[in-house]
Unconditional design. Structure first.
Length: 474
């Protein structure tokens, strides 16, 4: 892993940029924005993807695999993520050439260029909240520029250029880069300690959020309910703090949440109440909506239009996204990779599955998080899912840790019959198909590549159906 060095200079002018890891949701969005600015863009990723092909259609030069030959002679700036290794040949060559080598957060800082900035931060919900704000603003007639961490379903992209002064971003706290931006309005969805491999202690994590909030030029919008957010709020000296949530004293209060289907709720501000319903399920999305409405109010929009605009949000890709139905079994995918997120995703699924069961296919993400939180993962999976199929850890940027596998999580289940550890993906897909029945929901969970198992699951379900029909015919 390469930790970002935010002290490195950001170039004033960029004419040709090369992105190492261009296929990621955040990096591909940045690359798209650079193309829209008329900058020559190239980039590489370890595997082919839809994002790579779309960028190629837009004019980028893309490569599958990392190699020094990918770095063209005319490149003046190289953009990278923290997920690459220091030995990456393109990274090494860029350093040898003396090129500007900047972290993706610095590439985003360059794009923002002093515009009025809304930065959305938090351990969970920031991609959804950013999507809500962006789509609502567009519905209200505002055309913001935006960079989100995931594809916004109704827009089909994770980034876009707008004609107005406003810029909306998902700001990343995992490596401290959210402190780089000159934020006008800071939205903090929650402060659930994570990424302690970077921050070291929970207190350091809370202090970073407090600094992020206190440095906001105009306002801080922060959860009234989340325990971590309350600890951060106690450290704030900002003159304009707006709270949102279910707390009775929240500035923007959400209440009367009903989750049996698309979530409905009531938003109250200054004694005025507006009823709302989202097309996406889950109580957590009602809370996210309240935060988005609070930001819109801070930007000068009235309550009723703000709520109606947020109601139009149709979700983001990899957030409870339906991929197919086979043999009456619906197969979803969700990006959830922290116990709190897993609980929220499964609770949302539970609210709409009816009489069906929930079968989770969990891929733990990173060895450090799995080692730190394996008991919490086991607890929420056992509580919210009827059965869990446990895969092995997706290491991302980390080296393997002896003894830290998916089995560490599965062994922590109180009832072993509720979990099945299957490191082989085809065996996992076949097992899932063998236990799933009509009306069940299968949901893959993780921010690695677990979604790639979905075609195998759907195929296994179809094969199981054919086998059953053949058996019945006999």
């Amino acid at each position: 892993m390469i930790r970002p060095d935010l002290s490195l200079p950001i170039p004033d002018d960029i004419t040709a940029a090369h992105f190492i890891g261009i296929g990621g949701s955040g990096m591909s969005g940045l690359a798209r924005m650079y193309l829209e600015r008329g900058i020559r863009v190239s980039g590489s990723d370890r595997a082919d993807s839809t994002a790579l092909r779309e960028l190629a259609e837009l004019g980028a030069t893309v490569y599958v695999g990392h190699d020094a030959s990918n770095l063209a002679d005319d490149v003046d700036t190289v953009v990278h993520t923290g997920a690459i290794w220091p030995e990456n040949p393109e990274f090494v060559l860029a350093k040898e050439r003396g090129l500007h080598v900047i972290h993706r957060s610095q590439a985003l800082y360059w794009l923002i260029g002093g515009r009025r900035l809304v930065s959305v931060a938090g351990a969970h919900g920031k991609t959804t909240s950013t999507g809500m704000i962006v789509t609502a603003l567009r519905d209200l007639g505002v055309q913001p520029t935006f960079v989100n961490g995931g594809v916004i379903a109704q827009l089909g992209v994770s980034s876009g250029s707008g004609s107005d002064e406003l810029f909306v971003i998902e700001a990343d706290e995992s490596d401290g880069t959210f402190l780089l931006y000159d934020t006008s309005i800071a939205l903090i969805t929650n402060v659930d300690p994570d990424h302690l491999d970077h921050w070291g202690t929970r207190d350091a994590f809370y202090a970073a959020f407090a600094r992020f909030a206190n440095e906001a030029r105009e306002a801080v919008v922060i959860s009234s309910d989340d325990a971590g957010a309350q600890l951060v709020a106690a450290q704030l000296s900002h003159p304009h703090v707006i709270t949102f949530g279910e707390a009775a004293d929240a500035t923007v209060r959400v209440s009367d949440i009903v989750t049996d289907g698309p979530v409905s709720f009531r938003i109250t501000h200054d004694g005025v109440a507006v009823d709302a319903q989202l097309p996406v399920p889950g109580a957590h999305n009602a809370i996210n909506a309240a935060g988005a409405v609070a930001v819109l109010l801070t930007l000068g929009h009235a309550l009723e239009p703000a709520v109606r605009a947020v109601e139009g949000f149709a979700g983001t890709v990899r957030r409870f996204e339906l991929h197919g139905v086979e043999r009456g079994v619906s197969v979803f995918d969700d990006y959830a990779h922290h116990p709190t997120e897993v609980a929220a995703a499964l609770a949302a699924a539970r609210s709409v599955v009816g009489d069906g069961r929930l079968i989770a296919i969990q891929q733990p993400h990173t060895y450090s998080r799995t080692q730190e939180m394996y008991r919490e993962f086991a607890e929420v999976l056992e509580r919210y899912a009827d059965h869990t199929v446990m895969l092995d850890v997706y290491g991302a940027r980390e080296d393997p840790v002896p003894g830290v596998t998916g089995e560490l999580v599965s062994a922590a289940f109180a009832d072993p019959s509720h979990v099945h550890y299957v490191p082989d993906w085809q065996e996992a897909a076949d097992y899932t198909a063998s236990v799933a029945r009509d009306g069940d929901y299968v949901i893959t969970l993780g921010c690695g590549n677990v979604y790639l198992i979905i075609p195998q699951v759907l195929e296994a379900l179809a094969h199981e159906d054919s086998a059953r029909q053949t058996s019945t015919a006999k």
